[in-house]
Design a protein around this ligand. Structure first.
Ligand code: G3I
Length: 321
């Protein structure tokens, strides 16, 4: 799929993964290690705050190292995921009491250290991207009231981007979120955030559009929506694509899913500032969906037995569109 993605417009195609998957599962390993299939990898968990800074100032990169070395061996570029997110935080952040300057210092140290780590260790550092802030806006367009916002307002967002840029001048720095595939209050809030950050000289390079979607329920104007971001001077990427269905799957649902994958991929393909697509794991075997949405699943382009589904061919059609 990466080879097809590269053919027309030099896009990349990648997947999220967990270390246990490529270390323990040979059949999985044989698919993911091929850079003609996946030119880019995102760590689904191993770079998150609870895993990289479990106590204040104590950084542990064992899992991240294993992930980065794996991608290096395969010649795959990386997406860092993520610096600041309200989930998978260590208790000292989640339950801590901070002054504004303390939380900003914690954010700066965390983002700075992660970006410094990745610039030193990643193979194609100049092509790498980072989700510097993740899911900072609610569906209604208000800012998420997490420990960072409640202590610093929106100052932590600028602080995270500035620390990331200072540590790594080359990585593309992103804000990443779900439910921004079509227009609405959340997209408008992101437009406003981009404008504000740019006006203040804060280094934001891109918007990551997660694209956790539902079969048969795609927004009708994904292409225009992507363009609405690129018009503001940022690039976009589809960072966590999967398209779930109500189980059990049927031939009709699988056919619709194929169409939906094609629609999403061809939207990225059509927009000049869209740089690539990442699926949030490529096989239903390891998808996060069934654990979160009871009765839903089969969201990925490969099935539980690592067989290609119609969706796989929808992706090819999308890149060739
Ligand atoms: O590491 C522990 C393990 O020690 C324990 O035995 C096991 C028992 O449940 O849990 C393991 O931790 C799990 C972790 O994934 C690693 O597998 C957590 O319970 C589980 O909650 C966690 O889920 C992750 C989720 O983020 C957390 O919200 C998913 O794997 C990961 O795919 C998902 O990814 C997010 C993106 O970061 C942001 N966008 C949405 C996306 C899907 O939720």
């Amino acid at each position: 799929l990466n080879a097809v993605a590269k053919q027309h417009r030099k896009l990349y195609f990648g997947t999220a993964t967990n270390n246990e998957e490529f270390t323990n599962d040979t059949a999985y390993l044989n698919v993911i290690k091929d850079s003609r299939m996946f030119g880019q990898l995102t760590a689904a968990n191993s770079m998150k705050w609870e895993n990289t800074e479990p106590s204040p100032g104590q950084f542990t990169f064992a899992d991240a190292d294993q992930f980065v070395r794996f991608a290096q061996r395969n010649g795959q570029i990386l997406r860092g995921h993520n610096c600041v997110w309200h989930q998978q935080l260590p208790d000292w952040v989640l339950d801590g009491t901070f002054t504004e300057s303390e939380i900003l210092a914690a954010v700066e140290r965390h983002c700075g250290t992660l970006l410094e780590y990745s610039i030193n260790d990643a193979l194609n550092a100049s092509e790498d991207s980072w989700d510097v802030v993740n899911e900072v806006i609610n569906d209604d367009g208000t800012f998420r009231q997490d420990v960072f916002f409640n202590t610093s307002g929106t100052k932590y967002i600028a602080a995270a981007f500035r620390a990331a840029r200072a540590a790594d001048p080359h990585a593309k720095l992103y804000a990443n979120d779900f439910n921004i595939e079509g227009p609405g209050p959340k997209v408008t809030a992101y437009h406003n955030l981009i404008k504000t950050l740019k006006k203040e000289g804060v280094p934001i390079d891109g918007i990551g559009i997660q694209a956790h979607l539902i079969v048969g329920q795609l927004p009708s104007n994904i292409t225009e929506n992507l363009e609405s971001f690129t018009k503001l001077g940022v690039e976009v990427a589809l960072t966590e694509l999967d398209i779930r269905m109500t189980l059990p799957s049927t031939p009709q649902l699988l056919a619709q899913q194929k169409k939906d994958y094609e629609t999403v991929i061809s939207a990225c393909n059509a927009v000049k500032g869209c740089v690539g697509v990442t699926v949030w794991d490529f096989t239903d075997k390891y998808s996060w969906v069934p654990g979160t949405f009871t009765g839903e699943g089969d969201a990925c382009p490969w099935d539980d037995n690592l067989q290609k589904k119609p969706a796989f061919f929808g992706i090819i059609d999308g890149f060739n569109a």
